[in-house]
Design a protein around this ligand. Structure first.
Ligand code: BGC
Length: 561
């Protein structure tokens, strides 16, 4: 490969698949590998290059897979390792690569190592793989420090020792069922080295790495400096500079990169990608992307900002400038399994009020929601995001224009964030509702093969949003996603901003092609000098013309000739 040729992931369209909610083939109300396999043609026709699967390892599912009980096997309710291999092979046959979701910060409390640590004595090698500490106070009955867990409560849980006495405490960034690994421990380092190779040998071409900033911990575990008052536990995590962000984590990422680079060297033709999940400003993301750690880091800003031209432009510029300094390729994203769906976010009638945006993917300032407006804006948003240089990460169901399910009954909710915060935080169940494949409500809209309750209830009116209905409708969101993704290869070259003086307009060129989004409430008349000699490639609303771009609409035009 020459230097100028791009690696597959630099411009890939990657589809985040949440296995529990994608498709259920065995009729237990939860998704599985066979379900995924049966819809691979759908994914091929959508025009994706890779699937990133949220964790599919054995797990008690208390955080739906982000609590891994064994990193060398697959979740039995999803299938067997043979089923997994078949899925990888069948995806490859359709030119779709598979990426896995690796959770290094913590495992499940069901993991054999943690179970062994509970049985072992204080100071034992078994406990050294985690963060066990004596408590404070005369009887050790206060947590070892003031750290809070992101999903609520203290970041420490006390154990009962083998003799029945109250014992040490162990640290957990999220829930007590997700004990944090001690990444200074060599068993942990070696275990993950082996695990990466195990999955690469099975044909996996990349990994999304979970919760990257929280892995680095000060080895002495001092108290965290106080966070500003009034924040929830979940919001306080950024202030815990000793429990997260500690720079020794970079040694771990560098080690992984060595494993990956060695794998590529010894397996000619294999090109692997690592992408880090880290919420933070560009300068923070940059620390992971100096060429010897991650290949990519999600650019989350488009998912977190208000629907106004200036912040959209700034989000794009900031990511591109940051990456230019390291020669990196961005990974744009509008949705994921931790964030309210874009249709709902942008359908809020305050979506273009900067004061209504918290910059936090779990926190929204409420307002009435107009789902049709949200869908119109979502169409424009993906048309814009797909035109940017770099990779595009989609989240299952966005191609169907699904909304966030907000009115789910409390007793149906399973997200530990909802449970641990006693309902103060709504949590993320609403974006994880099983997908509607057909119009048949008796089978959960084709999610399951027979009448069976899906693990989360679906809204009563999803027949119209089903894949079956949308495939047959050329105006549907699904048809639009297919169109946009099919046209993506037409765009190449760097992004050059175009100064238009038009209100609420985001405009740029790539090799002369013009991409223009009107994110304002009024139609925009385009000046003749901007459009002369061009032709319309596509427009997110059918009534857009070369002269007039309606509100909340994005158009692509050919270079002028
Ligand atoms: C994942 C969440 C998960 C958490 C704990 C996150 O960053 O995306 O879904 O609950 O890590 O693993």
């Amino acid at each position: 490969m020459t230097k100028t040729e791009k690696l597959w992931w630099q411009e890939a369209v990657v589809y985040q698949l949440y296995p529990r909610s994608f498709a259920d083939a065995n009729g237990d109300g939860r998704g599985d590998f066979e379900g995924i396999r049966s819809h691979l043609d759908y994914l091929r026709d959508l025009g994706i290059d890779a699937i990133w699967m949220s964790p599919c390892f054995p797990s008690p599912q208390r955080d739906h897979g982000y609590d891994v009980a064994d990193y060398f096997d697959v979740e039995p309710t999803y299938g067997t390792l043979d089923d997994f291999d078949r899925l990888v092979a069948d995806a490859k046959a359709r030119k779709i690569r598979i990426m896995l979701d690796i959770v290094p910060n913590h495992c499940s409390s069901d993991h054999a190592w943690f179970q062994a640590a509970l049985k072992a004595a204080p100071g034992s090698p078994e406990r050294a793989r985690f963060w066990f500490r004596d408590g404070k106070g005369p009887n050790g009955d206060e947590p070892p420090n003031n750290w809070r867990a992101i999903f609520g409560g203290p970041a420490w849980t006390r154990v009962t020792e083998a003799d029945g006495s109250p014992g040490q405490w162990y640290e957990h960034t999220f829930t007590p069922w997700q004990p944090d690994f001690n990444w200074y421990n060599h068993d942990v380092l070696d275990y993950f080295d082996r695990m990466l190779v195990f999955w690469f040998d099975r044909g996996v071409d990349g990994i999304r790495v979970d919760a990257v900033p929280v892995l680095g911990k000060h080895p002495d575990m001092p108290d965290s400096p106080p966070a500003p008052p009034g924040l929830t536990d979940g919001q306080q995590w950024r202030y815990n500079i000793y429990g997260h962000f500690y720079p020794t984590a970079h040694d771990v990422w560098k080690r992984w990169r060595t494993v990956i680079d060695d794998y590529e060297r010894t397996h000619p033709g294999r090109h692997l990608v690592t992408i880090s999940e880290s919420y933070g400003p560009p300068e923070e993301l940059l620390r992971y992307m100096q060429g010897d750690e991650f290949h990519q880091s999600f650019a989350f800003d488009l998912m977190l900002i208000t629907w106004l031209a200036a912040p959209i432009r700034a989000a794009i510029t900031d990511s591109l400038d940051m990456l230019a300094s390291v020669g990196g390729a961005p990974a744009w994203t509008l949705n994921n399994h931790d964030t309210q769906r874009i249709v709902t976010r942008l359908g809020r009638l305050n979506a273009n009020d900067p004061a209504a945006w918290t910059g936090n993917n779990l926190l929204y300032v409420d307002a009435p929601i107009d789902l049709e407006l949200g869908r119109r804006r979502a169409r424009a948003a993906v048309t814009l995001a797909a035109a940017l240089p770099g990779a595009l990460y989609l989240y299952q169901g966005e191609e169907l224009g699904l909304e966030e399910v907000l009115d789910m009954p409390d007793q149906a909710r399973e997200d530990p964030l909802f449970i641990r915060s006693n309902g103060k935080e709504l949590g993320r169940d609403g974006c994880r509702v099983p997908l509607p494949w057909t119009t048949d409500a008796t089978t959960s809209y084709g999610f399951s093969p027979a009448p069976v309750a899906p693990w989360l209830p679906q809204p009563k009116d999803w027949a119209d949003l089903s894949a079956e209905r949308q495939v047959a409708d050329p105006q549907s969101m699904l048809a639009w996603y297919r169109t946009v993704l099919a046209h993506r290869p037409l765009l190449s070259g760097d992004l050059q901003w175009v100064d238009t003086d038009l209100p609420e307009c985001v405009a740029f060129e790539r090799d002369g092609a013009l991409i223009l989004a009107n994110v304002g409430p009024d139609a925009i008349e385009l000046p003749a000098e901007l459009v002369s000699g061009r032709s319309l490639i596509l427009a997110s609303q059918p009534d857009a013309t070369m002269q007039l771009v309606p509100s909340d609409t994005c158009v692509w035009m050919s270079p002028a000739h």
